[in-house]
Ligand binder design. Structure first.
Ligand SMILES: [Zn+2]
Length: 253
């Protein structure tokens, strides 16, 4: 459930053409020919089968006594549907890329990812964050995650220190990581681990995650007693949990 937007809807026709160039799949309006498809021989298949795979390629399955010629005739009976399906698949694939113009959350705001140039070198910018990148045309997932990781490493340690002081809690150290399923954790030795993806959340939500983990230094479980500690320290904790529930699908890409 990741949705990024590359370009606007009016450009879809043009962007499909561009995608096709990049994906090395030639979209033609005319009939489907031998070079347009991948054939699969399947002795157990009883009929010709045709499908479009996740890359947008047409896959034709030929039954034991079938021929390529007949398979192609079959494919062309469904030609319009196949071309349509191909276009949709490729457009969808392209949409899930992070590129110039994609909308990404940062500090709770939807920011537009921008790729610009500085003295010939491509630069990626999202809100207040920016860095040089190697390639201006690729999917920018990796560059953006590195940028956010650095921001998280810069921001979280001091913030945790501050909140720990406010609540009079002693912790061991702060680690910023890329956990798949957690926003944070607290070890028995007092190490607070926080997910770098949290830089996409507003500061008050990040604060909640920090306070939650700090309270685990006192109470290593999710008992009623633990939640009372959290509520005392962070009265809006339910709103913060809700924000994370509502927005985590945009934060995991
Ligand atoms: Zn917890």
């Amino acid at each position: 459930m990741i949705r990024f937007f590359c370009g606007n809807e009016n450009e879809s026709e043009q962007s499909i053409k561009a995608n096709v160039k990049r994906g090395n799949i030639e979209l033609k309006r005319d009939s489907i020919k031998e070079g347009d498809v991948s054939f699969r021989k399947n002795s157990r298949a009883r009929h010709y089968l045709v499908r479009v795979d996740t890359t947008g390629a047409i896959i034709l399955t030929i039954p034991s006594r079938g021929t390529k010629k007949e398979a192609l005739e079959f494919a062309n009976e469904h030609g319009e549907w196949l071309r349509q399906k191909q276009q949709e698949t490729i457009a969808q694939k392209e949409q899930s890329k992070l590129c110039d113009g994609s909308k990404v959350l940062l500090a709770g705001e939807w920011e537009t990812l921008k790729i610009t140039k500085d003295r010939g070198r491509p630069v990626l910018t999202l809100g207040v964050l920016s860095s040089y990148i190697a390639d201006e045309t690729s999917d920018h997932r990796w560059s953006l995650s590195e940028l956010m990781k650095n921001e998280a490493k810069r921001w979280f340690p001091d913030r945790v220190k501050g909140l720990a002081t406010n609540h009079n809690i002693a912790f061991e150290r702060v680690v910023v990581r890329g956990q798949k399923t957690r926003w944070g954790s607290c070890s028995s030795s007092g190490t607070i681990s926080l997910n770098w993806k949290l830089v996409q959340a507003p500061v008050w939500v990040r604060d909640y995650v920090i306070v939650h983990e700090l309270m685990h230094v006192r109470e290593m479980n999710h008992s009623d007693r633990f939640w009372r500690l959290v509520e005392n320290a962070f009265p809006a904790y339910k709103e913060a949990e809700k924000w994370l529930d509502d927005n985590s699908r945009w934060m995991n890409w």
